[in-house]
Design a protein around this ligand. Structure first.
Ligand SMILES: [Zn+2]
Length: 167
């Protein structure tokens, strides 16, 4: 196979398979679990290529090199909606905090909102973070963590729709 002539998108589609919500790289995998994409003799993380293709307007190298990290627990996943970008320090912090365990931080809540805006359901987010649906729902609707951001629209004064008096 002549790698030099390979279209990256074609290569991603050919070397991946869906597994649940994730799209797993089926090519070379590093000991860390991350997929490797070989392009013109260079080995590039597959999820990084996938993210670049999904967000072509984003410059991951300048002015400062950004890392592409996973929101899901599959390092081999190349689904762009399971990826986000940030700085190396955040990546290390993620590892130290251990997603899905311990206390929630404002960063987690921002992530939930980001995921929700990308079309994730409350259930999906709750599953990813191993939390109750209600914890996620209340955070996203501004009932908890109210100080962090403007809540998503609620019906009436934050009451569930079914409790509204008949008009
Ligand atoms: Zn994934």
């Amino acid at each position: 196979m002549t790698v030099a002539n390979t279209n990256p998108l074609e290569m991603l589609l050919r070397c991946s398979k869906a597994e649940g919500e994730c799209i797993l790289w089926t090519g070379t995998i590093r000991p860390s679990g991350h997929g490797v994409f070989k392009l013109r003799g260079r080995a590039i993380p597959a999820h990084r290529i996938s993210y670049k293709l999904a967000y072509p307007e984003l410059d991951l190298e300048k002015p400062k090199r950004l890392v592409v990290r996973h929101l899901c627990t599959n390092p081999a996943c190349i689904n762009p909606s399971h990826l986000t970008h940030g700085h190396q320090s955040e990546n290390i912090q993620d590892m130290m905090e251990g997603r899905g365990q311990g206390r929630l931080s404002p960063k987690d809540i921002y992530h939930w909102k980001e995921l929700r805006l990308r079309g994730w359901t409350v259930t999906d987010i709750a599953k990813l973070y191993k939390r109750d649906n209600s914890t996620v729902w209340h955070a996203l609707h501004g009932n908890s963590w109210r100080h962090l951001f403007d809540p998503l629209p609620t019906y009436g004064r934050g009451k569930p729709y079914r409790n509204r008096p008949e008009a």
